[in-house]
Every structure is written in structure tokens, then in C-alpha cells.
Design a protein around this ligand. Structure first.
Ligand code: CO
Length: 136
């Protein structure tokens, strides 16, 4: 049902410091920081040949990653995003199987302009899973 890994998101307390470390020590290809105010995060995209990592720091007062960073002040893996063909069919199948979909199951528009959903981490080995609808 799930397809390719689209990205792995890592919450960080200091985006510039994290990007410098990934660039200088890991030799990773890091984008310039981008503000995504509608998502409450500032992101550096790390492009690897087989997938992306997104380094995220909180942006604004109501960032969805603020509480995660309170629990993990040095940062940590926040979620894994998998691509799906049909997010509504995937959601319905997951909910029929008892999985909890955050936000009542209504897809929102993700950082790449596609429809996304998040699955409750307690249902999936303590890992927050994002599903992103990628068509074509
Ligand atoms: Co994501």
C-alpha cells in the first residue's frame, strides 16, 4: 500500500547549525533555509540520490514541532513520509483496520503542495508516519 519513502524529517533546535554540520561533516547537499509559515517550520532540504531528508526548526509561536523539541532538546527523527497513490483509499483502509489518523482523517496540504495525512505514532512502533499523495 505504501510506496517510496519521500522524506525523513528531523527536528532540530538550530537549523543553521544543523545544516552546516550536515554540509561540512557529512558532505550532504543542503538547500537554503525556507520558511513555511503555514506549517510552522523552517526547513533545509537535504537531497540524496535515493531520497530527501528535511531538517526542520520551529517557526512561530504555535509550531507543531515545538513540543517534540521540548522532549528532545537536541533534536531527533520526527517522522517518515511515504508516498501513496490514493490518500483517501489509503486512509479508509487504515481506519477500517483500526489505525488512528491525526486531525480526524481529513487530509491537509503538505510542504510540497500535495495532500498529506499523519498516522498516530502509538499505532506504528512509536514512529510518526506521514502519507503524501503523489500522482503521475
Ligand atoms: Co514531512
Amino acid at each position: 500500500m505504501i510506496g517510496r519513502i519521500n522524506h525523513i524529517a528531523i527536528a532540530v533546535p538550530d537549523l543553521e547549525a544543523a545544516a552546516s554540520q550536515w554540509r561540512d561533516q557529512l558532505g550532504a547537499d543542503c538547500s537554503a533555509p525556507q520558511d513555511l509559515p503555514e506549517h510552522g517550520v523552517r526547513i533545509v532540504f537535504v537531497s540524496q540520490p535515493n531520497g530527501k531528508v528535511e531538517l526542520m526548526e520551529p517557526l512561530g509561536d504555535a509550531s507543531p514541532i515545538a513540543s517534540f523539541l521540548e522532549r528532545n532538546p537536541e533534536g531527533g527523527m520526527h517522522h517518515i513520509c511515504f508516498e501513496v497513490d490514493d490518500i483517501i483509499a489509503t486512509r479508509d483502509r487504515l481506519m477500517a483496520g483500526g489505525a488512528r489518523v491525526l486531525g480526524g482523517g481529513a487530509p491537509t496540504t503538505g510542504a510540497h503542495g500535495n495532500r498529506v495525512l499523519f498516522l498516530h505514532p502509538k499505532d506504528f512502533c512509536g514512529t510518526l508516519i506521514e502519507l503524501e499523495e503523489v500522482t503521475g
